[in-house]
Write a new protein. Structure first.
Length: 398
């Protein structure tokens, strides 16, 4: 749970310091006032990643970017099993030959730390209209979904993933150089062994996570559709060259078996890798697919069906994080209730009403019943300013 949020030069927030109560919190405001930015700041503090931005520079208020030392800061007081902890994430601009380079710096109780050290201090699940892309979009979105969920609850996975990504980057560099200078087997030996070592950990951990989530996805979707639709999760594993369905997800192979299979596939793909100049085997090429009543939902599902599948996946993520961490995750809902039909809206409002802490953004108060609003702490957001309001001051809820 987050007890306090402080923002400095973050997006359209020049300065914000706000105490956040437990339970349900609703932020109302017009478009472009800062509601989504508020959720993004909390999500960044929890995961160090943004669901909306690709560059760190975007986080820094445009007026602050003109200062000699541009920066943005997100700070939060987190209440967890070990008591209260203050976490800070600073996005700082530094001079570079090409201009200004931005990078993130982390602090825990004022002490500089690695970014990886703040993961797991605050676990959260974000529901947003773009969730449909997890189901219908490119594979990197599904890999990212798994990576963010796992890094919040498994520091060893996050370390292995970071090392694996560095190995793939280095190996790809060698492949491109080999196209010009010729192949040197000894030079590749170390990187191939490292790729298998860390890639196998990533593959096995993802496999196990999907094995935990798949039954929840199926059960939730069956309940939401009144048993009319069956949603199945598939793991497409490049290390094995196979599509793994329910029985396989429930019974993952050993780490040694995955290492052996990945080493063999990597050796078989060497000529292909040299031709293309990239590594074609490993968890960075894996995918997760969804079958709705036996058919690929990305190709044959309607937008409504895809959105429902993404919703079921988010609910399964909630259950997975709670089981893995021992704590209920903070729920962040960015104007998603209006995207859902009545049945799913009722299911989600039931869940957030019971959550230790949930933050919902909305354009209009009128989208909620008065009874629901009465349970919540209400705030309005206007041009980067957040102000508490009472239920009696809301005309539509009177």
């Amino acid at each position: 749970m987050i007890k306090r949020l402080e923002l400095t030069n973050f997006r359209n927030y020049i300065s914000l310091s706000l105490d956040l109560p437990p339970g349900l919190i609703i932020l109302q405001g017009d478009n472009a006032q800062g509601k989504t930015n508020f959720l993004e700041a909390i999500y960044l503090l929890a995961t160090t990643r943004s669901p909306f931005s690709k560059t760190d520079q975007e986080f820094v208020n445009w007026l602050a970017q003109d200062s000699p030392l541009p920066f943005a800061k997100i700070a939060g007081v987190i209440e967890g099993q070990d008591g209260s902890t203050r976490i800070e994430l600073v996005i700082a601009g530094e001079p570079s030959p090409s201009g200004v380079r931005y990078r993130k710096k982390a602090f825990i109780n004022g002490v500089p730390k690695r970014l990886i050290d703040i993961l797991g201090r605050l676990c959260c699940v974000l529901f947003s209209p773009s969730d449909i892309e997890i189901v219908s979009g490119p594979p990197e979105g599904r890999r990212r979904f798994l990576d963010i969920a796992l890094c919040q609850v498994d520091s060893k996975y996050c370390q292995a993933l970071a090392l694996y990504n560095k190995v793939v980057e280095r190996r790809n560099h060698l492949l491109k150089r080999a196209q010009e200078e010729g192949f040197n087997e000894e030079e590749f030996l170390f990187w191939d062994e490292s790729l298998v070592k860390y890639g196998s950990i990533v593959t096995k951990t993802r496999w196990e996570a999907l094995g935990t989530m798949a039954p929840e996805v199926r059960k939730t979707h069956m309940a939401l559709t009144e048993a009319e639709e069956s949603l199945q999760v598939l793991y497409i594993c490049s290390a094995l060259g196979e599509v793994i369905s329910d029985p396989g997800l429930a019974n993952p192979p050993s780490l040694e078996e995955i290492e052996k299979a990945m080493a063999q596939r990597l050796a078989q793909a060497r000529n292909k890798d040299l031709d293309q100049g990239v590594t074609t085997i490993g968890p960075h090429r894996d995918d997760v697919r969804f079958l709705l009543n036996g058919r690929d939902i990305s190709a044959y599902g309607s937008r409504g069906q895809q959105r429902s599948a993404a919703f079921s996946l988010r609910l399964a993520e909630m259950t997975f994080i709670e089981k893995a961490s021992g704590e209920s995750p903070l729920l962040l809902l960015d104007e998603v209730l209006s995207e859902l039909d009545q049945k799913r809206r009722e299911r989600l409002t039931e869940i957030v009403s019971q959550a230790p802490q949930a933050i919902i953004t909305t354009l209009e108060w009128g989208g909620f019943r008065k009874e629901f609003l009465a349970k919540a702490h209400l705030f309005t957001v206007t041009q980067g300013n957040v102000r508490a309001v009472s239920l009696s001051s809301i005309p539509t809820a009177a």
